[in-house]
Write a protein that binds this ligand. Structure first.
Ligand code: NOJ
Length: 754
């Protein structure tokens, strides 16, 4: 069920009148002040740190270091030279700064407090890539709402999320933060998260604005190296990278964060095509564009701007409203206006947008946060229950030979691997409020199912190669076990911003550990706790079962145990392909056919040099997009496409029957794909156009119905406009991107109809 959610994009005459009245009173420096977002803290002060620590100890309070404000912060606030700050997350400090802005500045304009709340605030959910594997937007809407509840109670008005960069390169550490490789999944998750963040009736009585990011194409960083150049066509921009942003705006997102990267030679932060032509002229979107951290200053390093003044000029001319941290606007915008290099109207336009957002957030009416509220809100039992539900649904079962799972107690388990007992790594990247003590590890989860004498734990090796290893001890430990439970993967700091990797197998000596365990001949059930898809063909072949648990948040360990012992039937499906080898990257299901496509399955590729294939690996992934196993089995039948021919204005109705033919209740993610066989520009071999998550009891059958408007088949044609072209289409309804039931339909111009 959808909750009520605020939109910041509908015109509101009353707000506009207030914005104009306020703007009319503002000096140029005050207008520029609204475009400045700062980190209010000064540098780390060791003496102050010691003092606060001693004070906390003396009072028996938990210690949180609060750095002193930067020396000029209060003066800047009083002068109206700051519009926003980021990542403070301490209601006392936020209120202190807010009080100066509201009560001591000339016009009393409140600050807007932004923060990174990427997969929960204190109740940490699985990383967003994992969340997307739930294929359950209403569930993610509820999770985003929980994040908003906790963040809002802690003084945050503006959440720098959802991260909706389509990512097709696993080397890129930030693939963890998004919804994977597909724009359609990205759109669904973007809508859900925006709605959840911007939910009405938060307990704080305040509001939150979402800030989708990073606009745009950041996921296309060459070679998966963070911040690297992206270079792709305007068609790819429009068909792959923009749709999740458009979906987020349509769901009511009133701000966006510009990306660090350049696209085809022009950094996103000073890119008029992106910020002005598309956002304003085409989409008529009225929201605030915020730069990423110092991205204005980085225009110098990019080689686009000669100095910070030039960077500020290029950014405001391109359409950037607010600058995060680097102070090019604060230092140079007034001079640029005075010299006639920047029209005053552009500053007015940007200030107007920021003020509009502040009014619509209700900040003028309620600028302060109740400092006692957070304590009663964070980690509420219902939030923890939801974190468990999301973790359970996010986990993906990739292999289950001989139905070794679920485990039937009593089973003597040897638990091996460094991730089984890790608290901190379950929190994944981007959990700014790291409270590892909140986490239930896999060992904690097991303890809920097995008596203490039914299992023992031996780490075997650490995650990183540099630490001491005792693989021999692990081999000894498994001797009298029935089953080995191997829990391996990545540490939290191996993904996320600035954490790209080139070797995507198990880090450190974990594969060596798996080799030694496999040599014992004991059956291995492997749980991966990871921040990205990994390249693990050897491991996958060695183990009987493979469950991807991800960096699953505070309830990760319990969710793993629930699945291992069958209390929960896994239902997650991959939202990014898992390659056989790093050399296949980028690997995604919606690729083009090429003039020399690889032949159908069964053809010996080694003899087929002059096709678009590799000499040493098949083209296909190890585990495809959309794939995930269940403890039950589903059967698809009765595909019908009605009518078989539609005009571009009509809707195709697709029906099929889904049956649970296994012996357990379970949920299946039914997926609908199409292929446009001939186009005026070439089209992908498959594109996801619909999905539904359906829960069925054993033996139950359900009629599945999709409505596919012909407009959803649109793409960017030769003239760079969206077109729906007449012609023949193929369609599949099935369990993953490889197929399922197959049918065809035709799109025909209306005038051809008799
Ligand atoms: C840089 C990151 O790219 C962005 O995602 C984040 O919101 C900002 N820093 C603020 O922390």
């Amino acid at each position: 069920m959808q909750t009520d959610s605020h939109t910041y994009n509908q015109p509101d005459p009353a707000t506009e009148a207030r914005v104009e009245a306020l703007l009319a009173q503002m000096t140029l420096p005050e207008k520029i002040g609204q475009l400045v977002q700062l980190n209010p803290f000064g540098p780390f002060d060791p003496d102050e740190y010691d003092r606060q620590k001693a004070e906390a100890a003396a009072n028996g309070r938990p210690f949180t270091y609060i750095p002193p404000l930067r020396h000029d912060m209060e003066a800047l606030l009083r002068a109206g030279r700051v519009g926003s700050f980021l990542n403070v997350m301490l209601p006392g400090v936020i209120n202190h700064c807010q009080r100066i802005a509201v009560e001591e500045s000339r016009l009393g304009i409140p600050l807007i407090a932004g923060g990174d709340v990427i997969h929960g605030f204190r109740t940490i959910f699985p990383i967003p890539l994992a969340e997307s594997c739930t294929w359950n937007p209403p569930l993610l809407e509820r999770a985003a709402r929980v994040a908003a509840e906790e963040a809002s109670a802690s003084g945050i008005d503006w959440i720098f999320a959802p991260m909706i960069d389509v990512a097709r390169d696993l080397r890129w550490g930030r693939i963890a933060e998004g919804a994977g490789e597909d724009p359609f999944v990205g759109m669904a998750m973007a809508r859900a998260r925006v709605r959840g963040f911007q939910a009405a009736d938060l307990s704080s009585g305040r509001r939150i604005a979402a800030c989708p990011k990073h606009y745009v194409g950041y996921g296309a960083a060459e070679a998966g190296r963070d911040y690297n150049t992206a270079d792709f066509s305007e068609r790819t921009l429009r068909d792959v990278y923009l749709p999740p942003f458009k979906a987020a705006f349509d769901a009511g997102a009133g701000s966006v964060m510009s990306a660090f990267n350049e696209i085809s030679g022009i950094p996103a932060t000073a890119n008029p095509l992106l910020l002005r032509a598309i956002l304003r002229d085409e989409w008529q979107w009225p929201g605030v564009v915020l730069s990423d951290y110092e991205a204005v200053h980085e225009l110098i390093a990019h080689g686009l701007a000669a100095d910070l003044k030039d960077a500020a000029r290029l950014s405001i001319l391109a359409g950037l409203d607010m600058e995060m941290v680097s102070e090019g606007y604060a230092t140079h915008l007034a001079d640029l206006v005075a010299a006639g290099d920047v029209p005053l109207a552009l500053v007015d336009e940007a200030a107007r947008r920021v003020l509009r957002l502040k009014f619509r957030l209700g900040l003028f009416a309620q600028p302060y946060t109740d400092e006692t509220l957070a304590e009663t809100i964070i980690l509420r039992p219902d939030f923890r229950t939801l974190a468990l539900e999301v973790a359970q649904e996010s986990m993906v079962l990739l292999k289950n030979e001989d139905d070794i799972l679920p485990l039937a107690p009593p089973t003597r388990l040897a638990v091996i691997g460094p991730l089984a007992d890790s608290h901190a790594d379950m929190l994944g990247c981007w959990s700014l409020h790291t409270h590892p003590e909140d986490v239930e590890t896999v060992l904690d989860g097991l303890a809920a199912y097995l008596p203490a004498d039914a299992w023992r734990y031996t780490p075997g090796c650490p995650i990183r190669a540099s630490e001491p290893t005792d693989i021999a001890a692990a081999v000894t430990a498994v001797q009298d076990a029935d089953v080995i439970l191997l829990v391996v993967g990545e540490s939290a700091d191996m993904s996320g911003e600035g954490h790209s990797r080139t070797h995507l197998g198990l880090p450190g000596r974990q594969q060596e550990l798996a080799d030694a365990l496999a040599a014992t001949g004991k059956p291995i059930v492997c749980v991966l706790m990871n921040g990205r898809p990994l390249v693990i063909p050897r491991l996958a072949a060695q183990v009987k079962a493979l469950l991807v648990g991800w960096h699953g948040g505070i309830r990760a360990g319990r969710a793993v145990a629930d699945i291992l012992f069958g209390a929960v039937n896994p239902s997650g499906k991959l939202t990014a392909s898992w390659p056989r080898a790093e050399g296949q990257i980028p690997l995604y299901y919606a690729h083009k056919n090429t003039g020399r496509p690889a032949a159908a399955a069964g053809v010996k590729q080694f003899a087929e040099y002059f096709k678009s294939v590799y000499l040493d690996e098949p083209n296909s992934p190890l585990f495809p997009f959309g794939f995930g196993l269940s403890y039950t089995r589903f059967a698809y039948s009765d595909l019908r496409l009605d009518p078989p021919t539609i005009t571009p204005e009509e809707t195709l109705v697709v029906t099929a029957t889904l049956r649970n033919v296994g012996s357990r209740a379970g949920a299946e993610v039914v997926q609908l794909y199409v292929r446009d066989l001939v186009g005026s520009v070439t089209r992908p071999v498959k594109e996801l156009k619909g999905f539904q998550k359906v829960t069925l009891q054993p033996g139950e059958r359900r009629a599945i119905r999709f409505e596919l408007p012909a407009q959803a088949l649109g793409f960017t044609g030769r003239e760079m406009r969206t077109v729906v072209e007449p012609g023949a289409f193929r369609l599949w309804v099935g369990p993953d991107c490889r197929g399922g039931l197959e049918g065809s339909f035709t799109v025909e111009e209306a005038h051809r109809r008799g």
